[in-house]
Design a protein around this ligand. Structure first.
Ligand SMILES: NC(=O)c1ccc[n+]([C@@H]2O[C@H](COP(=O)([O-])OP(=O)(O)OC[C@H]3O[C@@H](n4cnc5c(N)ncnc54)[C@H](OP(=O)(O)O)[C@@H]3O)[C@@H](O)[C@H]2O)c1
Length: 333
């Protein structure tokens, strides 16, 4: 029997996640049944949506189970197979345990070509976060020349791609990020017209008035809370909001109220659309063709933070909720 190193949910957080919400353990893996495969994880993606899943709240995905390994988007290698669709040596991606190895029934996995791109890119600029940015920009924000597009968490895994897509569409693009180095990268490398530091800026309204003098036509919303309230107040007639996430609120004990003056939605004929990228999986080939093409042509930059060793995943996840990652956060298992 193979030993597996895994990280389980030890307790549900109330408010901020703490290190004791996770437990590292070693367990024995059972022998495979017919139809099952054993996957050795290579890379694990850490994502903000994991925070709501640690709570018991009803959502679009069920909560993580107590005393069971957490799961996350991963790339791994099949090391044993009793499933005719997979052979030893196949590289696969899908939802795997926060563990060195996962026993899997093969459903929902995708085989990938390990030679096509660095393995971890399948979790970032060629994966779910980038697909999220592409869908929200192309189908909801629809930026164009002459317009102003705003992106919060502008250098995060989703935001960095969202901002560059808006720029490629010809819009003036303004973002916010959590430190000077990130803001400089946004402007110098990702092509944002401006980016403000939301941790040092005291008056979000004043800085938005300065950087978006013609108002805001589209908002790719990753952060929610106070930043969103100020952006909302500055949306132009027929403005669009791709409501992708609200990371500033994921640790709050009570849900934060939405922006005041909701009748603005009617007065300015706004479209505010929440979306979950997995609902649009049928568009994956279109995304891969478009964004893969931009990458090959050198028109898309990306940043990632790679943490070495699964044991460091809990600490890295706590850091993600404080903005310590720069770009896509990935654990090299
Ligand atoms: N709807 C969907 O299908 C979908 C799919 C993927 C992701 N999402 C959402 O998209 C958003 C971005 O995800 P991501 O994968 O790109 O995450 P990420 O950027 O890798 O990590 C989150 C970033 O958010 C910023 N942040 C954290 N706490 C913040 C706070 N209190 N106020 C302002 N900024 C804060 C931090 O950057 P700074 O240093 O800049 O503060 C941090 O690096 C999240 O809300 C996530 O839940 C939604």
């Amino acid at each position: 029997m193979t030993d597996v190193f895994q990280i389980v949910l030890a307790k549900r957080p109330v408010g901020d996640v703490t290190a004791d919400c996770f437990r590292k353990e070693t367990a024995k893996l059972p022998a495979l049944n017919d139809g099952e495969i054993l996957i050795a994880s290579r890379f694990l993606s850490l994502d903000p949506y994991m925070r709501p899943r640690m709570s018991e709240l009803r959502s679009y995905v069920p909560p993580f189970e107590l005393d069971k390994p957490l799961t996350g988007g991963s790339v791994g290698e099949v090391v044993e197979s009793r499933n005719p669709r997979y052979a030893k040596g196949d590289t696969v991606m899908g939802l795997l345990n926060w563990a060195s190895h996962t026993v899997h029934d093969g459903k929902g996995l995708r085989k990938i070509d390990p030679a096509a791109a660095p393995l971890q890119a399948n979790l970032g600029v060629l994966g779910m976060p980038s697909f999220t940015a592409w869908y929200g920009m192309k189908h909801i924000c629809k930026p164009k020349a002459g317009e102003t597009a705003f992106v919060s968490a502008a250098t995060g895994a989703v935001g960095q791609v969202a901002g560059q897509l808006a720029k490629l569409a010809g819009a003036t693009v303004v973002g916010c990020a959590g430190d000077e180095q990130k803001c400089q990268w946004a402007v110098r490398e990702a092509g944002y017209d401006a980016c403000f530091n939301h941790r040092t800026e005291r008056d979000y309204g004043a800085v938005l008035d300065k950087l978006c003098p013609k108002g805001i036509d589209s908002d790719f919303e990753n952060v929610g809370g106070k930043i969103f309230h100020e952006v909302f107040a500055r949306l132009n007639n027929f403005g669009r909001v791709a409501f992708c996430g609200a990371i500033s609120e994921y640790q709050d004990k009570d849900p934060i109220a939405g922006p005041p003056k909701m009748f603005t939605i009617v007065q300015r004929r706004l479209t505010i659309q929440g979306f979950i990228v997995s609902d649009h999986a049928a568009m994956l080939p279109e995304f891969v063709a478009e964004v893969g093409g931009l990458l090959k042509a050198g028109k898309l930059k990306s940043r990632e933070t790679i943490v070495d060793g699964l044991a460091k995943a809990p600490q890295a996840f706590l850091g993600l909720l404080k903005g310590e990652n720069f770009g896509k956060l990935i654990v090299k298992v």
